[in-house]
Unconditional design. Structure first.
Length: 236
């Protein structure tokens, strides 16, 4: 496995980054199941079902082991900062493409909702829906910042905890901070004194939004994304 990871990072860094993002999302989803497992443990305790309690505790240990292994792979797939930034800048250039007639065939139905479990590589957003309200977005930076603003408006105190929450930060960079000098391409979230990093790939935005929703106790499937165009064909 070590040879494969080294090979991917050296020869196919973009693929390595995409794999890393997918592993990170998988780990987040597994982490989301821990609360349900702990709730089941509490019910077993209330019912004095010690056999079930023992089984659930064993499963929690297994979950911890799986998450530790996934975190290990995520760390090993980490690219050098300069290489990762070059890839992100290339991905984000999609958002700067002009709406030319040549791209009409790449447009998609903007009314079809997608979830945070989909892959958004080479895709351009049209907007998102949160709390049952749809908002337009011109690019992935806009999706991220506008989602942050919607959550901060809902509960500013919870949002501002992200600054000091290690689980809400990247491995080498901060996604949320009070000092804009500490992050790449900072943008201030309206109604707060928090700045967020916006130089992220579409899938990184997806992953951070998923984390935020879980912190707010919002069902991930209640958040919808809408696309404007899919440029995958241009990169095949």
């Amino acid at each position: 496995m070590e040879k494969l990871i080294s090979f991917l990072k050296t020869e196919f860094p973009k693929d390595a980054l995409e794999i890393q993002e997918c592993i990170e999302l998988l780990n987040q989803c597994i982490g989301g199941s821990v609360k349900s497992i702990k709730d089941a443990l509490g019910r077993a305790f209330d019912n004095r079902d010690y056999t079930k309690m023992s089984n659930i505790q064993e499963m929690l240990k297994t979950v911890d082991q799986v998450q530790e292994k996934l975190e290990e792979y995520t760390e090993r797939l980490q690219l050098d900062e300069e290489i990762e930034e070059d890839i992100l800048n290339d991905d984000n250039s999609i958002d700067e493409l002009k709406e030319l007639p040549d791209y009409d065939s790449l447009r998609v139905d903007q009314n079809i909702p997608y979830t945070l479990y989909d892959d958004y590589t080479y895709k351009r957003p049209a907007g998102f829906e949160i709390f049952g309200v749809r908002q337009d977005a011109k690019d992935w930076k806009d999706v991220f910042v506008s989602t942050c603003e919607a959550l901060a408006k809902k509960d500013r105190a919870t949002f501002e905890t992200f600054v000091n929450d290690k689980n809400m930060q990247g491995r080498k960079v901060s996604y949320f901070c009070k000092d804009p000098k500490g992050i790449r391409a900072p943008r201030k979230v309206d109604g707060t004194d928090v700045f967020v990093m916006t130089n992220m790939s579409a899938n990184q935005v997806r992953n951070v939004v998923e984390r935020m929703l879980r912190k707010y106790g919002i069902k991930v499937n209640d958040y919808k994304l809408f696309l404007k165009a899919d440029y995958t064909a241009r990169h095949e």
